[in-house]
Design a protein around this ligand. Structure first.
Ligand code: PLP
Length: 642
C-alpha cells in the first residue's frame, strides 16, 4: 500500500500563504501566473494552503451582497502532484465516491477532531477505487491525485471537514464569499490537526481592529466608513482587504506613484539596509534630492528644508515668513486646511470654524473662497479671477491701513479640503501682487496637488502663472513615507538664518531621500504627469456625462487627477447634499471603490487617485457611481410612494 508520509506526517509541510496579508505576493504579482507557479514549485509537493484563507489569486473587486466574489477557500489545500497517493489520516467509512466528485469519508470511531467525534472528511481532486460503505483504517489508500491542474497552483487536493451530513449530500463548494464566511466557519472544522499541522494564528477581524482602535486611539482621530474594510495590501491604484476583495482607490494622492510600488520599496529597503541617520551627517542623498527638487521648480526657488509632514512644512513656512518680515498676521482663504500643528490650525478656517473650532485668532484674516460654483463670480465670468483676487487686495489693504500688514498670504494652488475649489484664471496673480505690494510673503501649499497631479504642470501654482516665495510640499513626495519639504529663495532662507539653528531629526534622512528620489524618477520615467492630464481629462468628461443622468450631481470640476463631484439636493438652490454624499461614499465602498466626501459642506467627493489610475479605472469608477446613484434614486422613489 503506497503511503504519503510527507502529507500525513505533517512536519515537512509548509504553509503557502496566498492571502492578501501573507508574504507570498510581496515580491511577485498574483496576476503573474508563471511567477506564482514557480514559487509554488519551489516548495513542490510539501505545501498547503490553510482552511478559510482568502486567496489573492481569486481577488476581485468588492461587490454588494450576493455578487460578492468567492475568494475564501473552504478547506485545506495540499499542493501536490498528479499521480501521488493520499492515505486516510483517520479510520472511517466511505460515505460517497463519484466520478469527478469528492471522496467523502464518515469518521465515528477515530479520535475526536476539534472536540467532535462524528465528522466527514471530503477530499476533492482524487480518483479513487473505494466503494460506498467500505471501511478504512488509518493509513489506507484513499485515492490518487488526479486534479485538473490550476495554471498557477498546479494540481492539488482540497480537504474539507464537515460536521453535518447535509453539507456533503452534494459536492460542497470549494470557495465562499466573505459575507458567507461565518456560516462556513460554523459548518466546517479546520482539517489542519488531522494532518498534524498546527492551527493557524487568527488575525484580528476588521471589527476587532475597530474596537481596539477605539479603545487605544483618541476619538478625534476619525476613521472612514461605518463598517470599514480591513485593508492589508495595495498595488497600483487598488487596495485589498483581508478577504482579497479589491477596492479601486480614488482618494489616495499620497500613494502618488501607486501602492507598494516595487521601485519605491527597493529604494527604501536598499537604503535602510545600509544607512539611516540624521541630516547633520554628510551623505549624498540629501544633497542630490534637494538638487532634484530645485530642478523641478522655477527660479528663484532654490533653497530646501526637508521635514516630515505637510503640517510641519507649513508651520515652518509661517515661521520663516513671520521671522523674515517681523510681522505676525497671515491672510488665508476661507475653507482652507493647512495642517494639524497649533500654528497651522490657526490658519486653517476648515478647522477653527468647523465643529469644535474656536474661531480665528486675531492674527488670521480670511479672504473669500474663489468658488466659481457657489461664489458671487461664476465660471461664466471671464474676470472672476481678478474679482476674487481683488477681495484679497481689499483684506491686505485694510490690514495695512490698520498698521498690521500681513507676514504672508498662504494658499493651496487648488483647494482640496475646502471642496476641490479650482481657482479661476488670474486669481493667484492678482492675490500675489496685492500681498507682495504690502511686503507679504506668498506661500503656495502644494501638499495636495503637487508633483504632476494637475497634468498640465508639475506644480499647481504654475497653472496660475505665478511663482511663490515659499512652496510647501508633502503627501505625494514620499509616496506614503513621511517626507515633506519647504523650498524658498536664497534671500528668504538667508534672512531666516539669524543664528537660531534649525534641526530636524528625521526630515531628509537617507531613507526618506532615497524614497523621494525614486518617486521623482518614477513620475518622470512612467510619464505620470502626462498620464494625469490624459486620464484626468477623460475622467472629467465621463463625470460630466454622468451629471446629465443624475440630478444630485450639481457640479463636477478639477484638473488632471484632482477632481471633485459636488452633490446638491436642488440644482437651483444648490442646497448641499452632505448626508447623501456620505451615504454614496459608503455605497461606493460596498461596490469596490474608495472615495470620501470633503468640502466646507462635506458634500464633495474628492477624487485624487494614485497617478497610475487608468481609463479602465475611470470606467470602473463611473459605472459604480452610476449604479449607486441609480439605486439611490430608485430607493427614493419607493420611499416617496410608501
Ligand atoms: C493642503 C494641505 N496642507 C497641509 C496638510 C497637512 O499635511 P500633513 O497631514 O502631512 O501634516 C494637508 C493634509 O491634508 C493638506 O491637505
Amino acid at each position: 500500500m503506497p503511503a504519503r508520509p510527507e502529507l500525513t506526517g505533517s512536519t515537512e509541510l509548509v504553509e503557502v500563504d496566498l492571502s492578501p496579508a501573507g508574504s507570498f505576493f510581496d515580491a511577485r504579482s498574483w496576476t503573474d501566473v508563471k511567477a506564482v507557479r514557480q514559487g509554488i514549485e519551489e516548495i513542490a509537493g510539501r505545501g498547503y494552503i490553510s482552511h478559510l484563507s482568502a486567496s489573492m489569486l481569486r481577488s476581485a473587486p468588492r461587490r454588494p451582497d450576493a455578487e460578492e466574489p468567492a475568494t475564501i477557500q473552504v478547506g485545506l489545500r495540499l499542493l501536490t502532484k498528479n499521480g501521488e497517493s493520499i492515505d486516510a489520516p483517520r479510520s472511517g467509512v466511505v460515505a460517497r465516491v463519484e466520478p469527478n466528485g469528492p471522496v467523502v469519508v464518515k469518521h465515528t470511531d477515530g479520535a475526536a477532531h476539534a472536540g467532535v467525534s462524528t465528522y466527514f472528511t471530503c477530499w476533492h481532486g482524487l480518483v479513487s477505487e473505494l466503494v460506498v460503505g467500505e471501511g478504512l483504517a488509518e493509513g489506507d489508500l484513499l485515492g490518487v491525485v488526479d486534479d485538473e491542474e490550476d495554471p498557477a497552483l498546479g494540481s492539488s487536493v482540497l480537504l474539507q471537514v464537515f460536521v453535518d451530513e447535509e453539507h456533503v449530500a452534494s459536492p460542497p463548494p470549494q470557495w465562499a464569499a466573505a459575507n458567507s464566511l461565518a456560516n462556513w466557519a460554523e459548518a466546517t472544522l479546520d482539517p489542519a490537526p488531522l494532518l498534524g499541522i498546527p492551527a493557524r494564528d487568527r488575525a484580528l477581524s476588521s471589527e476587532e481592529v475597530v474596537s481596539l482602535r477605539d479603545r487605544r486611539l483618541a476619538r478625534s482621530q476619525r476613521a472612514y466608513y461605518k463598517s470599514p474594510p480591513k485593508l492589508v495590501r495595495g498595488r497600483g491604484a487598488w487596495l485589498y482587504d483581508d478577504y482579497a476583495r479589491g477596492y479601486l482607490d480614488a482618494i489616495n494622492n499620497v500613494s502618488h506613484v501607486g501602492h507598494a510600488e516595487p521601485r519605491v520599496t527597493a529604494a527604501a529597503t536598499g537604503q535602510l539596509s545600509k544607512l539611516n541617520t540624521n541630516s547633520r551627517f554628510i551623505y549624498e542623498g540629501i544633497a542630490t534630492y534637494a538638487e532634484r527638487l530645485v530642478a523641478s521648480l522655477p527660479a528663484p526657488l532654490e533653497v530646501v528644508f526637508l521635514v516630515c509632514t505637510g503640517s510641519e512644512a507649513n508651520d515652518l513656512a509661517l515661521r520663516i515668513s513671520r521671522q523674515v518680515t517681523g510681522r505676525s498676521d497671515i491672510v488665508v482663504i476661507d475653507g482652507a486646511y493647512h495642517g494639524n500643528t497649533t500654528a497651522v490650525m490657526d490658519v486653517s478656517p476648515n478647522r477653527y470654524k468647523g465643529p469644535g473650532g474656536r474661531g480665528a485668532p486675531a492674527t488670521t484674516h480670511e479672504v473669500m473662497r474663489p468658488d466659481v460654483y457657489r461664489g458671487p463670480y461664476g465660471r461664466e465670468d471671464p474676470s472672476a479671477g481678478e474679482k476674487y483676487g481683488a477681495e484679497v487686495a481689499n483684506v491686505v489693504h485694510s490690514l495695512v491701513d490698520k498698521g498690521c500688514p500681513p507676514a504672508a498670504f498662504i494658499a493651496e494652488s487648488l483647494m482640496g479640503t475646502a471642496g476641490n475649489v479650482v481657482f479661476p484664471p488670474g486669481y493667484l496673480q492678482t492675490a500675489f501682487q496685492a500681498a507682495r505690494r504690502a511686503g507679504a510673503i506668498c506661500i503656495s501649499d502644494e501638499v495636495q496637488v503637487g508633483v504632476g497631479r494637475l497634468g498640465s504642470h508639475f506644480w499647481g501654482f504654475e497653472v496660475q502663472g505665478v511663482v511663490p516665495d515659499i512652496v510647501t510640499m508633502g503627501k505625494p513626495v514620499g509616496n506614503g513615507h513621511p517626507l515633506a519639504a519647504v523650498v524658498t529663495t536664497r534671500e528668504i532662507a538667508d534672512a531666516f538664518d539669524d543664528g537660531v539653528k534649525y534641526f530636524n531629526t528625521f526630515g531628509g534622512n537617507p531613507v526618506s531621500c532615497a524614497i523621494g528620489t525614486a518617486v521623482l524618477d518614477i513620475v518622470q520615467e512612467d510619464k505620470l504627469q502626462q498620464r494625469a492630464a490624459e486620464v484626468g481629462e477623460y475622467f472629467l468628461r465621463s463625470l460630466e456625462k454622468l451629471k446629465t443622468r443624475h440630478q444630485i450631481i450639481g457640479d463636477v470640476r478639477g484638473q488632471g487627477l484632482y477632481l471633485g463631484i459636488e452633490f446638491v439636493r436642488d440644482r437651483e438652490t444648490k442646497e448641499p447634499a452632505a448626508a447623501e454624499a456620505l451615504e454614496i461614499a459608503e455605497a461606493m465602498m460596498l461596490n469596490g471603490v474608495i472615495v470620501y466626501p470633503t468640502g466646507v459642506y462635506e458634500n464633495v467627493l474628492k477624487l485624487k487617485p494614485p497617478m497610475v489610475f487608468g481609463r479602465d479605472d475611470v470606467d470602473f469608477f463611473v459605472s459604480a457611481l452610476d449604479s449607486v446613484l441609480g439605486t439611490r434614486s430608485n430607493r427614493l422613489t419607493v420611499d416617496v410612494e410608501v
